[in-house]
Design a protein around this ligand. Structure first.
Ligand code: NIG
Ligand code: FE
Length: 421
């Protein structure tokens, strides 16, 4: 049965299906139809238009919802998360309040290594259950697709365990999931003095199992001073690419050491973080197919600089926004808050921020042919807002939940006031 949603205040983010990403000036517009209807069939959007043009041959063959003056937006596409983890790190949060830095905490065995310790002590069932709970909260807040990284195993068993959990989440939850192998997230203590041996372990032990069990779509590394060098990351990117894993790289979070160029040269799908940018990093990105991804929740939580969104966009480049949801640097996956932070702290306009969190996010996880805009033939994965005066109200009234209902692949995931069945 088809579903008709009528009396929509405006459908926002309408695009031709062929448009896969937006750059520079293009990000400033958010095409919309006011007083609109939307028609979906099974998992797809099949029609939309002005209420004045609505013509239905057989009303009885339809399930009808009355949006009664609420907006429809494409659902949020979160292209960077670490949603599978064990234990939380609020004690490190308190340490930072008391003056320690993220780097100092990591040097003392906290940080990523702390999460790895806890993850290796957890079983698959516990990991699955806690991640599922987190994802269910995010779906209710409007996230319809997300990328999930491994990277808290840092051992063959731990990394494979995480990736199997991600695979299970993907099979069982309605949200669209892509999986990224991040074995190169930090050097385990026992490899501190023989880093090459850990990279050998990633390449010779982890990657073959990942290939055999088809556990990942992308490969990532934390390219950063004190973590993985440019040359070490290149080894990892090249090994991943041999088995069809395109790179998506953590880079320039604290220092700019040539990682953006190396990632672009290796055809990375995205480069993520970019809080510290030199002229050569902008240069490397210009005209490339690599999507820069900003993670304002991380900047907010760690009190580090924000990605220079204005400089990127004003120089004609694209930009995506993602949450970076993880227990250390960003314990929130709320994309409404990500959009608000981008507007408030990075001076992105609401149009730019919404485009960055939908279509450009979809590009950064390789799904912009099916997600990220309201387009005929794309997935019926969208948000119906509460009664708000304009879409700019979402970042303006920050910290509130502006979602009434959520559809994923044509199914009602969150039942708000609009859904009377
Ligand atoms: O993207 N920067 C590296 N990785 C994560 C943080 C990981 C952690 O602290 O657990 C990030 O911010
Ligand atoms: Fe991250």
């Amino acid at each position: 049965m088809k579903i008709l949603i009528k009396n929509i205040k405006a459908i926002v983010g309408i695009r031709d299906k062929a448009i896969t990403r937006l750059s520079g000036e293009e990000m400033k517009t958010l095409p919309q139809i006011e007083n609109a209807y939307l028609l979906i069939e099974k998992d797809l959007i099949v029609d939309y238009g002005s209420m004045d043009d609505l013509q239905i041959a057989d009303w009885n063959a339809l399930q009808i919802y009355d949006a009664d003056d609420r907006f429809i937006l494409p659902g949020f596409v979160d292209s960077h998360t670490h949603v599978v983890w064990a234990g939380d790190r609020e004690s490190e949060f308190v340490d930072r309040i008391n003056g320690m830095s993220y780097e100092e905490i990591a040097k003392n065995g906290g940080g990523i290594l702390n999460s790895a310790l806890k993850l290796n002590q957890s079983n698959e069932e516990e990991l699955y259950r806690s991640a599922k709970e987190r994802i269910e909260e995010l779906m209710n807040l409007g996230t319809v697709a997300m990328e999930i990284k491994s990277g808290y195993g840092l051992s063959v068993e731990g990394e494979i365990k995480m990736l199997r959990v991600i695979k299970r989440l993907r099979e069982n939850l309605p949200v669209t999931i892509r999986s990224t192998f991040l074995g190169a997230h930090a050097f385990p203590l026992e490899y501190r003095d023989d880093q090459d041996a850990y990279i050998d372990l990633i390449i010779n032990k982890m990657l073959p199992i990942i290939e055999k069990e088809n556990l990942a779509d992308y490969i990532d590394a934390f390219l950063e001073t004190g973590y993985f060098s440019v040359d070490q990351t290149i080894r990892i990117m090249e090994a991943g690419k041999k088995q069809g894993l395109r790179p998506k790289i953590h880079v320039n979070q604290f220092t700019s050491i040539g990682g953006v160029k190396a990632s672009v040269d290796h055809a990375a799908l995205s480069v993520d973080h970019l809080e510290e940018m030199k002229a050569e990093d902008f240069e490397a990105l210009k005209g490339s197919d690599t999507m820069p991804v900003a993670l304002p929740g991380c900047s907010f939580f760690l009190s580090i600089p924000y990605t220079p969104a204005r400089e990127l966009i004003d120089n004609g480049m694209p930009l995506a926004l993602a949450s970076d949801f993880n227990p250390g640097s960003t314990p929130s996956g709320n994309m409404q808050l990500v959009i608000a932070t981008a507007c408030i702290k990075m001076k992105m306009t609401p149009e730019e921020a919404i485009n960055a969190a939908t279509l450009n996010g979809a590009y950064a996880m390789g799904i912009s042919d099916s997600h990220g805009s309201i387009s005929i033939g794309k997935k019926a994965s969208f948000i119906i807002t509460k009664k708000i005066p304009s879409y700019s109200f979402i970042p303006y009234a920050f910290g509130s939940d502006h979602v009434d209902s959520v559809f994923i692949d044509g199914e009602v995931i969150r039942k708000g006031e609009v859904i009377v069945s």
